[in-house]
Design a protein around this ligand. Structure first.
Ligand code: 13P
Ligand code: SF4
Length: 358
């Protein structure tokens, strides 16, 4: 179906409360046949109307276990909607309100580049690495990992995934987020000298001896939203708010993670604020701005602040107007499609991830 952009713009110009009520009415009409999943970076009103709001791990669990009917509408970025389409039942369909809303980090690794890297790395002496891709990657890279004995991780289970992979090989090939890979490897106790970086821009991959001793080989990719946080931001907080706690997402650079008090996934951050803080506590959060603002609104008795303003533009592309447009056209709106050949092995990798003990 082609988008009626004029109609979408008209809807987007309407008052949020009106859009909210109209969405709720459609949701009521569809009852258990419809489930709206939303990532924690979504705008507040969307998180308020979703059936489940969570981090990318929780959302994939929800998609795999949604026992209701036909439609799953995914408010998040493309790789999340694709993962839901791989994990849901064959009779269910996933709709993504803005198919153009991708993740810039996921786009930093193409399957062609991964094949080129693999052809080089699989020939390393001793042992080929186990490929582990971050959830923030395309479906064909997930399938690549599934087909080559590897798996997928999210920011909430990366350490466990490393444990699993090191039982199979002495080295891991981790993509596409260099920072999450390094932060996890260091947490796991890997010597920094045993971490190498694969730069997809260098077509020949460099010298084999650069990788021969490596226990972890990281893809040179990053999240533009989390790359913006710096140690200076944290020093600034420490100077003016000595009692404040700083909590950051593991997609932040390693020096930022080391300078923070806590590090964890979006759901970890949410739980930290909900369970570990009380009235008048001061918390500075280094992650996407919508999550910080939503938590600040939810807990007005605490001082919850951003470490730095950083917006994920593609998450923000999902508006209430687009969501309503999707629901109004639910019968004809394009479904998220994943080729059966890709789906097969991507599901192997996702199932491996979901079956790791919690
Ligand atoms: P979470 O897995 O913590 O939800 O993170 C997903 C993401 O895209 C963070 O930038
Ligand atoms: Fe991708 Fe970063 Fe946006 Fe997360 S915050 S969806 S990693 S660009």
């Amino acid at each position: 179906m082609s988008f009626d952009l004029e109609r979408i713009r008209k809807l987007e110009a309407q008052d949020d409360n009106i859009l909210f009520d109209r969405i709720q009415k459609i949701r009521k009409d569809y009852g258990k046949d419809l489930c709206v999943l939303a990532h924690l970076y979504q705008r507040k009103k969307i998180t308020e109307l979703a059936d489940f709001v969570g981090d990318s791990f929780g959302l994939s669990q929800s998609a795999a276990h949604f026992s209701g009917g036909k439609y799953i509408v995914f408010a998040g970025v493309r790789f999340m909607a694709e993962s839901a389409a791989i994990l849901c039942r064959p009779d269910q369909e996933v709709l993504h309100p803005d198919p153009e809303a991708g993740c810039p980090m996921a786009d930093m690794a193409s399957i062609e580049e991964v094949h080129r890297a693999w052809n080089f790395l699989k020939g390393l002496e001793d042992q080929a690495p186990i490929p582990v891709t971050y959830m923030n990657s395309t479906a064909d890279i997930k399938a690549f990992c599934g087909e080559h004995g590897g798996t997928i991780c999210t920011s909430s289970n990366a350490t466990k995934t490393f444990e699993w992979a090191f039982q199979k090989s002495k080295r891991i090939f981790f993509l596409p987020d260099e920072h999450l890979g390094r932060n996890t490897a260091l947490k796991f106790g890997i010597d920094p000298n045993d971490i190498a970086v694969w730069d997809p821009e260098k077509l020949d991959g460099g010298e084999p001896e650069n990788y021969q001793e490596a226990r972890v080989i990281l893809w040179r990719g990053y999240c533009p939203v989390h790359q913006k946080f710096t140690v200076r931001d944290i020093q600034h907080v420490r100077k003016f708010y000595p009692n404040a706690k700083v909590i950051v997402h593991p997609e932040c650079p390693t020096d930022v993670v080391k300078a923070a008090d806590f590090v964890g996934s979006t759901d970890f951050i949410r739980k930290y604020v909900a369970q570990e803080t009380k009235a008048r506590d001061q918390v500075f959060i280094g992650t996407e701005i919508n999550l910080v603002q939503n938590l600040a609104a939810q807990y007005p008795d605490r001082m919850i602040q951003k470490l730095h303003r950083s917006l994920c533009l593609t998450m923000y592309q999902i508006t209430l107007g687009r969501l309503l447009y999707t629901l109004e056209n639910i019968e004809t709106f394009d479904r998220v499609q994943v080729l059966p050949s890709v789906k097969r092995y991507a599901k192997v990798a996702l199932d491996r991830m979901l079956s790791l003990p919690s």
